[in-house]
Design a protein around this ligand. Structure first.
Ligand code: FDA
Length: 396
């Protein structure tokens, strides 16, 4: 049976980074993926421009920006492999990029440049990549791991599991990483779709549907967590960066609140309108500061007929509350079909934060999205994939 030092399962962002780093150390590395191409999620990421990191995915700022049962777990890898280190690699390969917003770095050109860069580094590091190959079974004895592939068998000293999460099954997502964790006695935390559009029950959806395609700047909050970004109405519910972000915090049965006039005093605005344009209906007043169709929906929801000039302060306060904290109760999310990431995964209590090694299974590592670490939208998840892959790559 052929032998190599390290077998890596999953040629996504984390697996490719781990392959580069282990290969650079002179280890013989076999990287296996069942997909036809490596890095398929990189290719479609960031709307095809790959938001490959975020300059704020650092230990100090990253502290609150990664969700996990143990939010401190990610910090060691993030401190050792920083956004600057990935940026240096991108520059070395002459890939042009720009900051879009909030520290998010995107390629100027196609995301495939990042894949080409990683494949080039893998070649230099002597990594063997096999695609369209599935993993049938994995076993372990004192000498190491035996991996039965659809095409052959291989033994290895170390096994790195980088098979990602459950999102977008049609792009190759599978439960293999979770199965292997369970097989080797590691615990799992509950998994759920995250960075995902939210959906509504039929009656609410019917009301929201006419707004499909409308975008508005908003602050969307859930408890103490709030995101100020665009909100997008779709024919299925709510999307846009603000909603994707809050979806990682939202749970079934919870409401979210939407501030439709960020940084504006809605009370002042309404009192000024009462004085200056007393004959207007409330939805006409709202139409001066919001998209017309949205103003119309809010007007219907408020159900406050009459001219604004006749509104008491109490009535104005009701309108103000609607503008500053419009409360919506999603019933669910679009699920793994469209979720960017999976929340939860391999329990970090069973992994070493410095190396990503399983505490009780020598030679076994879990990296990237399969681990219970999930970043905010905006390049945080790739930075976690690079950093955790790099960390395992130093020791495996
Ligand atoms: P990833 O999913 O990338 O790779 C896992 C690999 O394992 C895949 O190649 C898969 O084929 C393989 N595999 C799975 N099961 C297997 C099996 N049974 N046998 C063999 N191989 C198997 N993040 C970000 O930071 N910036 C961004 O711009 C975006 N944009 C974005 C857009 C969309 C549409 C999605 C769905 C996601 C993003 N993300 C993102 C999230 C980002 O893509 C994600 O966090 C990383 O790809 C995770 O990297 P991993 O290597 O852990 O998994």
């Amino acid at each position: 049976m052929p032998h190599c030092d390290v077998v890596i399962l999953g040629a996504g962002a984390a697996g490719m980074m781990a392959a580069i780093e282990t290969g650079r150390r002179g280890r013989s590395v076999l990287l296996v993926d069942h997909a036809r191409y490596a890095g398929e999620k990189i290719r479609i990421s960031g709307g095809g421009r790959c938001n490959f990191t975020n300059i704020n995915a650092t230990v100090d700022k990253g502290r609150d920006r990664f969700l996990s049962a143990n939010p401190r777990f990610a910090l060691s890898a993030l401190s050792r492999y920083t956004p600057d280190m990935f940026i240096a690699l991108v520059r070395e390969h002459g890939i042009a990029f720009h900051e879009k917003t909030l520290g998010q770095l995107f390629c100027d050109g196609p995301a495939t440049q990042i894949i080409t860069m990683l494949l080039g580094e893998m070649r230099k590091a002597g990594v063997t990549l096999v695609l369209e190959t599935s993993v049938e079974s994995v076993s372990r004895d004192e000498s190491g791991f035996a991996v039965q592939l659809s095409t052959s068998s291989v033994t290895a000293e170390s096994l790195i599991v980088a098979t990602g999460g459950k999102s977008i099954p049609k792009m190759g997502a599978s439960g293999l990483g979770y199965q292997l964790a369970t097989q080797f006695g590691l615990r799992l935390t509950e998994t759920r779709p995250a960075l995902v559009p939210l959906t509504f029950e039929a009656g609410a959806l019917e009301k929201l549907k006419p707004l499909s395609g409308i975008a508005a700047d908003a602050i969307v909050s859930h408890g103490k967590t709030a995101f100020e970004e665009a909100l997008l109405f779709t024919h299925r519910g709510l999307s846009g960066p603000a909603i994707l972000q809050i979806s990682s915090y939202w749970r079934e049965g919870d409401a979210i609140a939407v501030d439709l006039l960020p940084h504006r005093d809605a009370g002042d605005m309404l009192r000024a309108a009462r004085k200056a344009t007393p004959k207007l209906q409330v939805q006409t007043v709202l139409g001066n500061v919001l998209p017309k169709k949205l103003a119309q929906l809010l007007g219907e929801e408020l159900d406050l007929p009459g001219m604004i000039g006749d509104f008491s302060d109490k009535k104005l306060a009701v309108v103000e509350a609607m503008l500053k904290a419009w409360t919506l109760k999603p019933v669910g999310s679009e699920g793994y079909r469209t979720a960017e990431v999976t929340l939860g995964g391999v329990d970090t209590r069973d992994l070493d934060a410095k190396t990503m090694a399983a505490r009780d299974v020598p030679g076994l590592y879990f990296i990237g999205e399969v681990v219970d670490v999930t970043g905010w939208l905006g390049g945080y998840n790739f930075q976690w994939a690079w950093a955790s892959g790099w960390a395992a790559g130093q020791v495996a």
